[in-house]
Write a protein that binds this ligand. Structure first.
Ligand code: 5RP
Length: 221
């Protein structure tokens, strides 16, 4: 089964996890785009929907949803998003699409984070996928120098400005052995808006599509 078919399957499978009266946070990326295309099937269950990117907002509106602001909704009942890498603790690297900051804000303000991936995203150790870091433009070089000290090779994402008007550095060659520690350390570098390690706000449930179907990991089960 190819990767796109797996994304399709997992994006449809997560619809079964949407309960009545949800205030739903919606992530970004190609897997989530498929979810949004299918979301109107459960529209009657959704009280509010909050989006993590301009792209997802546009797609939600095109599919008949009125998108709310987080400040008007408060706590989200569920946040659904993809990932670039996920380990067995459901810690992730995210931000391949550059929407990491708003994604982390929604993940942090949600009662439950359901991560939807295909099995190519499962890893033993995070870091093979270059770690995205959103930075204030002024700090592009100074943050890069700090990351070099951690053994990383920063590469500026070409021709890309985030929804927040910032730049993205993609850090190659990192071996993320202590995800929580590195997430905190990078966030403490002046000029960093967010980094793509989602260890403090890890997922609670993972739905992973493989050739054998959908594997579910629920950390609270
Ligand atoms: C966007 C993200 C996405 O969740 C991540 O890049 C996975 O995307 P896809 O579903 O296209 O593989 O973090 O910022």
């Amino acid at each position: 089964m190819d990767q796109n078919t797996k994304k399709q399957r997992v994006a449809e499978a997560v619809l079964d996890y949407i309960d009545n009266g949800e205030s739903l946070g919606i992530g970004s990326g190609s897997t989530v785009n498929i979810l949004i295309e299918n979301l109107s099937k459960v529209k009657n269950k959704i009280r509010n929907v909050v989006s993590s990117s301009v792209k997802s907002t546009e797609l939600l509106e095109a599919n008949g949803f009125e998108v709310s602001e987080l400040r008007d909704v408060g706590k989200l009942t569920k946040y659904i998003d993809g990932a670039d890498e996920v380990n067995k603790h459901l810690q992730m690297v995210k931000g391949g699409g550059g929407a990491l900051t708003r994604e982390k804000i929604l993940a942090h303000n949600s009662n439950q984070f359901i991560c939807i991936v295909d099995d190519s995203k499962k890893v033993d150790m995070l870091g093979k996928f270059p770690l995205p870091i959103e930075v204030i433009p002024l700090s592009r070089s100074s943050v890069s120098l700090e990351l070099i000290k951690h053994g990383g090779r920063p590469v500026l994402r070409e021709n890309f400005v985030s929804d927040n008007g910032n730049l993205i550095l993609d850090i190659h060659n990192l071996q993320i052995m202590e995800p929580i520690k590195l997430e905190q350390t990078i966030n403490n570098i002046p000029g960093v808006v967010t980094n793509g390690i989602f260890a403090l706000d890890h997922a609670n449930v993972l739905l992973c599509a493989s050739d054998n179907g959908i594997d579910k990991t629920d950390l609270n089960a």
